[in-house]
Design a protein around this ligand. Structure first.
Ligand SMILES: Cc1cc2nc3c(=O)[nH]c(=O)nc-3n(C[C@H](O)[C@H](O)[C@H](O)COP(=O)(O)OP(=O)(O)OC[C@H]3O[C@@H](n4cnc5c(N)ncnc54)[C@H](O)[C@@H]3O)c2cc1C
Length: 419
């Protein structure tokens, strides 16, 4: 896979022999008018712009980002990509997303380092094991790979795990998805940005959206820190700030926002193959290509827009993980960081048109939206270009909170977190 520059090209540039370097993405200022304005330069917004241009020929598009590309949750997540959901709406959407990940580097001609190293969800009770059997069967019926394994198989798959059926943290088996794994989060933003820019999309960083111009009950323009931009179509893809942006268009969303944290150890030799998740509370770990162990857990307990958390949650996650990975107690932690997740009332995403004409929403992905990136962009582009929600996102419609067709994934099993 190539990123477009050879070693010799870079060396020539460094020595000043190569002429002007091609800008990878972006323009300094937005034009006064666009057919479509996408708010938010994270993976979702950039993917939407890319597929609008690539699949639908809609190239008069601007992506407005108040900071830098991928500086929101796209660059703050723990990079897990999986498709192990039970409810049909989530199952089919994320199943499609996983198939898109495997071809994404080729699609963008940019190495997003998708690494299908496998995902392992541990069962700590008979109830959880039963639930995983149901989940794996549901997935397989839809052609999505997953299997339930017993403890002997787990020991073979992950020899570093200290597991047994005894308290205080019994492990009775697990759900394995071999084609799941991780991808390099920044590369996803950069890859989509470069590919969209090459198709004619304007990407404007340091441009904050401060309001919307409405004409009747329709979008007429976007107010920004660079001035007003005329448009009749806006896609809001601002993750933890979804409800802030929606309020600017007069919409109140069934969403609350929470900080989520992650932290990472010093690099170690390869020891943990799969992304491994514990279901006593919520704590997970995976090992990066550099050798660091990346760890994360539940949301911070109180709603907030602060992109930071407390040491309490870090301590709680670490104290769970040392039960199955005892070596962690002797490993130094290097960094911790936080992002903000928008959690819808039923824990599933809110994607599609809204009661305000021309105002589309891509929100509510909580702390599970990185894996959704290619499919969310793909489906949103289809929805904007055709004026009809893509079938894969119909279950994510905002009006489910009126009709009652909720998608309560967190309520389907023994999980203790909103998912
Ligand atoms: C610690 C943590 C761990 C996570 N782990 C995982 C994981 O392992 N797997 C997974 O699938 N998901 C995970 N997630 C969730 C995932 O990161 C998000 O769901 C996903 O990145 C959302 O992408 P996005 O493009 O919608 O949002 P973002 O990347 O947040 O992009 C939104 C952008 O909008 C911009 N913006 C906001 N307001 C404005 C404005 N007024 N004007 C202009 N721009 C604006 C922001 O600056 C931001 O760059 C995790 C999240 C966190 C915080």
């Amino acid at each position: 896979m190539t990123t477009g520059y050879s070693f010799f090209h870079l060396a020539a540039q460094a020595l000043g022999w190569g002429g002007a370097t091609e800008p990878v993405f972006g323009v300094a200022r937005a034009k006064p008018r666009y057919d479509v304005v996408v708010v938010g330069g994270g993976g979702h917004g950039l993917a939407t712009a890319y597929y609008l241009a690539k699949e639908h020929g809609v190239t008069d598009v601007a992506v407005l980002e108040k900071g830098w590309l991928g500086g929101g949750n796209t660059g703050r997540n723990t990079t897990i990509v999986r498709a192990d959901y039970l409810l049909p709406g989530n199952r089919d959407f994320f199943g499609h997303a996983l198939t898109m990940w495997s071809g994404l580097s080729r699609e963008l001609n940019f190495n997003v380092m998708f690494s299908p190293r496998g995902y392992l969800d541990l069962a700590h009770s008979d109830g959880q094991l039963d639930h995983f059997i149901r989940r794996a069967n549901g997935l397989k019926l839809r052609g999505i790979e997953a299997r339930v394994v017993d403890i002997e198989t787990l020991r073979r798959l992950e020899p570093a795990l200290a597991i047994g059926a005894e308290p205080p943290v019994p492990v009775l088996g697990g759900l394995v998805q071999d084609g799941a794994g991780t991808a390099r989060h920044d590369a996803v933003a950069w890859g989509y940005a470069r590919a969209a820019h090459r198709l004619g999309v304007d990407i404007v960083q340091n441009c904050e959206v401060t309001g919307f111009k409405l004409g009747g009950n329709r979008i007429a323009g976007v107010e920004t820190s660079h001035g007003v931009i005329e448009t009749d179509t806006v896609v809001v893809s601002t993750a933890g700030h979804s409800s802030v942006l929606a309020a600017m268009a007069g919409l109140s969303l069934p969403i609350e926002t929470y900080a989520v944290q992650a932290f990472v150890s010093e690099p170690l030799k390869p020891i943990l193959h799969r992304v491994t998740n514990m279901n006593i509370g919520f704590a997970y770990a995976s090992q990066t290509d550099k050798g660091e162990i990346v760890m994360g857990g539940n949301l911070e307990p109180l709603a907030s827009y602060a992109q930071r958390g407390s040491v309490v949650r870090i301590g709680e996650v670490a104290s769970k993980l040392v039960h199955i990975l005892p070596f962690l107690s002797r490993v130094r932690m290097m960094r911790a960081w936080g992002g903000i997740a928008d959690i819808a009332a039923d824990g599933s995403a809110i994607v599609g048109p809204t009661p305000v004409g021309g105002f589309y929403l891509n929100a509510g992905w909580g702390y599970s939206g990185f894996k959704a990136t290619p499919a969310a962009g793909w489906c949103m582009a289809h929805t904007v270009a055709t004026g009809k929600p893509h079938p894969l996102i119909e279950p994510f419609a905002l009006d489910r909170f009126v009709s009652g067709a909720l998608l309560d994934e967190g309520g389907t099993g023994p999980y203790t977190w909103l998912h």
